[in-house]
Design a protein around this ligand. Structure first.
Ligand code: XBP
Ligand code: MG
Length: 242
């Protein structure tokens, strides 16, 4: 048993705070169509591609594995073409989120508010782009959403994507807390691995895209955060192994 008291909650974004992946998939397809690439990611393919964290990395993987014959656009280097596809994808995703395509998962807002009011520190550790986080949380929490989160680490600050623990290690460093004083919240096996590799006890709320993943070693696996309060978190955290 580890005696550190619970001081902070660290949230993944995609799939954990909100079921965002359908909107991400549509945005990727929108960008592919805008550029006339003739690529279309259907649901089952996207579930497999989600094993690659990060939008740019996912595009690169698909391109290398499935369409090695496709040439970069207009004589650009492959990385520049991927950056361009990803810019269009990010703009399409932001528009969709602003139009209300994504809502927070059940229990998320209530837990964020009650943890904040209880004096817990809140942080975000995600592989996604900062504009995506802002669009989602502005639309679902309001213009002052940043006040809740003391630390935000994302694709712009942690280039090594999950399952690498970089994003969690940087979050802990900026919080100035040991992993033993925190809980992580994740929805995917890559996310769980990243959090575990940073030493974090992790609560997993799978969704339709990640239900088949292996969540061995999670502190708790729950259908959602609906009905989960700070008292539950403190009890689970106090009872965790080492
Ligand atoms: C989420 C992701 C993200 C989104 C796409 O992983 O992999 O890349 O699918 O967003 P996690 P970007 O929830 O584990 O952080 O296109 O901005 O990368
Ligand atoms: Mg996730």
């Amino acid at each position: 048993m580890n005696a550190a008291a619970l001081q902070a909650l660290i949230f993944d974004v995609d799939g954990t705070l909100a079921d965002t992946e359908s909107a991400h998939r549509a945005a990727f397809n929108h960008a592919f169509a805008e550029l006339g690439l003739g690529w279309e990611w259907d649901g089952p393919l996207y579930i497999r591609l989600l094993e690659i964290s990060g939008g740019k990395e996912r595009i690169a993987h698909y391109w290398n594995e499935v369409h090695p014959d496709v040439k970069p656009l207009d004589g650009q280097a492959m990385s520049e073409t991927i950056d361009h596809i990803h810019e269009l994808k990010t703009a399409a995703y932001e528009r969709a989120v602003q139009d209300g395509a994504v809502a927070l998962r059940p229990g998320v807002l209530r837990l964020i508010e009650s943890a904040y009011n209880d004096g817990l520190r809140l942080a975000i550790a995600t592989t996604t782009s900062p504009v995506n986080i802002a669009a989602l949380l502005r639309a679902s929490i309001g213009p002052d959403w940043r006040n809740y989160f003391q630390v935000i680490e994302d694709a712009s600050t942690a280039p090594k994507k999950k399952p690498h623990p970089q994003v969690y290690l940087q979050t802990l460093e900026r919080l100035g807390l040991p992993a033993s004083a925190c809980l992580a919240f994740e929805d995917s096996a890559n996310g769980l691995k990243a959090a575990q590799a940073a030493g974090l006890a992790t609560i997993v709320t799978p969704n339709n895209f990640t239900a088949h993943h292996d969540f061995s070693g999670a502190l708790r696996q729950l259908p959602s955060l609906d009905g989960v309060g700070v008292a539950h978190l403190r009890a689970w955290h106090a009872g965790r192994a080492g």
